[in-house]
Write a protein that binds this ligand. Structure first.
Ligand code: FAD
Length: 470
């Protein structure tokens, strides 16, 4: 039946050498195996979905089927049609743990890195045309709230520099003086504010869950195979003749298969030409399974992506005071505040920090020491408001410089990374899909040059920092 292979496997962080397995199924309960054999002759013995065959090979395999993974699958299939086979392996189709399952997706263009501005502009166009591109029933519930970025004395010059860049890139925005902020948003305390900036179009909130559903559905229609399973390892093959700078001659090993475990606790190996890692906060761990961060030479450098969790709070009964035109406000301290759609509460939270300084704080301390002082300083009328925990969210934090990581890994050049975008992953997903497709098909970026997001910056120790917080 299946091919026997003798190879090295990285599984759950351990390197298993000379493990013998079958490509079709590498770990199977003997009882289930017997039932499966019987089911071939007598289908009533089988309790599996009849027509699903776990794939053994594919041109492209994408690990993680949330916003970024599915946007990549969609872009690849939209461009190549039948020409490329694409498999997405996703461990949780309810997407309960995917990052943006609860909070409204926000769309912003206010960034200091031109790459982030270009990605936002691409997404805005994509979202405008979503009914034609993805599904005519897709209801994104886009609300053009706008966003207001505030700068104190210290960062006012930086904000002005940014505004010049935004204007050059065609992002229409308005600079607001302290007096203008007071006039338009009298509920904001401007004592320690020097300047504000609001984009005039293309900033607001959307239903990120509707976007995800439409991306998955369209990708499937275009022929992507979605597999409900967890990737638990990689298979590597020795390539002694490969010479690579920074790698000891004769030691090169190329990943060529992912090992995945299904709901039935069975393991399969899938051979690929290209693997894309889009597994959110689990990406750092999965990279380790491919030897990234556990090996020698280039492989010493880990993929610096970790899970960061933080609470989102609801400020009850305050939205009627701030009004329907409440923009998403980015405070000087890292606090953000927005309306909860048409509800009468406001949502707020603090941008997760690169250094996990808050991990030893209790929830009460986090609220009292981090959230409340900034909230009450900026919005004094919240002093006596009821504040409740709304939800706990997690995101994929790039602990090196907090910016996205995109493109091929310098050692495993058949492994493309698309992770670490943190709170921007959802809004940037369409542009990331396009960019990874170009890298795979054209071997270079054609639409937006995102080279600076590459893994190489960790090798060169050149941080790429987004200063969108003042
Ligand atoms: C509070 C909060 C607010 C946010 N607000 C915004 C916003 O306003 N705008 C915005 O653009 N973004 C926002 N984000 C970020 C956004 O939600 C994420 O960046 C986006 O969901 C990224 O998607 P992703 O596909 O990279 O990762 P995820 O959504 O985390 O998905 C990763 C997927 O990989 C799967 N997976 C992981 N490991 C494995 C494995 N071993 N095998 C198979 N599958 C695996 C997981 O099940 C998951 O579905 C916010 C995030 C948070 C926490």
């Amino acid at each position: 039946m299946a091919t026997k292979l003798l190879n090295n496997i990285f599984c759950n962080g351990r390197k298993l050498t000379n493990v013998r397995y079958f490509a079709r199924n590498i770990r199977k309960d003997p009882f289930k195996k017997t039932l499966d054999v019987l089911a071939i002759d007598m289908p009533s013995f089988s309790n599996k979905k009849k027509d699903f065959v776990y794939p053994e090979h594919s041109d492209i395999v994408i690990i993680g089927g949330s916003h970024i993974g599915s946007a990549i699958a969609h872009a690849l299939k939209a461009r190549t049609g039948e020409g490329l086979s694409v498999v997405v392996i996703e461990k949780d189709f309810t997407f309960k743990k995917a990052q943006n399952n609860v909070v409204l997706g926000t769309l912003s263009q206010h960034f200091s890195l031109p790459e982030n501005v270009h990605l936002s502009k691409y997404s805005i166009d994509f979202l405008r045309g979503v009914r034609e591109t993805l599904n005519e029933d897709c209801d994104l519930q886009y609300t053009p709230t706008g966003s207001l970025v505030l700068a104190g004395e210290k960062y006012a010059d930086k904000l002005e520099e940014n505004i010049v860049m935004l204007n050059e890139l065609g992002v229409r925005n308005q600079v607001l003086t302290k007096t203008e902020i007071n006039r338009r948003f009298p509920w904001i305390n401007t004592q320690d504010i020097k300047l504000g900036c609001m984009a005039i179009e293309g900033e607001g909130t959307f239903n990120s869950w509707s976007l995800l559903k439409a991306l998955v559905q369209k990708s499937k229609e275009l022929g992507t195979t979605y597999v409900n399973a967890e990737v638990v390892g990689f298979d590597v093959e020795k390539q002694k003749d490969v010479l690579m700078e920074g790698v000891t001659p004769g030691t090169f090993r190329r990943i060529n298969k992912v090992i995945y475990r299904t709901e039935d606790n069975e393991e399969y190996a899938l051979k690929f030409a290209v693997c894309v890692l889009a597994a959110g906060s689990n990406s750092g761990h999965l990279a380790k399974l491919a030897g990234i961060g556990t090996g020698k030479d280039i492989l010493q450098i880990p993929l610096p992506v970790e899970k960061r969790e933080y609470n989102v709070y609801s400020v009850e009964g305050k939205a009627s005071e701030t009004g329907l035109c409440t923009p998403m406000v980015m405070d000087t301290t890292g606090l953000w505040l927005m309306r909860n759609g048409m509800e009468n509460n406001l949502l707020c939270g603090n941008l997760p920090l690169m250094k996990d300084d808050t991990k030893n704080m209790s929830e009460q301390e986090y609220l009292e020491k981090l959230i409340k002082p900034s909230l009450i300083n900026r919005f004094p009328s919240c002093e006596n408001a009821e504040i409740n925990k709304f939800t706990k969210e997690s995101h994929d934090c790039n602990t090196y410089d907090n910016s996205g990581i995109l493109g091929p890994h310098p050692y495993h050049n058949n492994l493309f990374l698309a992770t670490g975008f943190g709170r921007l992953g959802c809004q940037h997903a369409p542009g990331i899909g396009k960019a990874i497709t170009e890298l795979i098909i054209d071997s270079q970026y054609m639409t937006i040059d995102l080279t600076r997001f590459g893994f190489d910056r960790f090798l060169m120790n050149e941080a790429l920092v987004e200063f969108n917080v003042y």
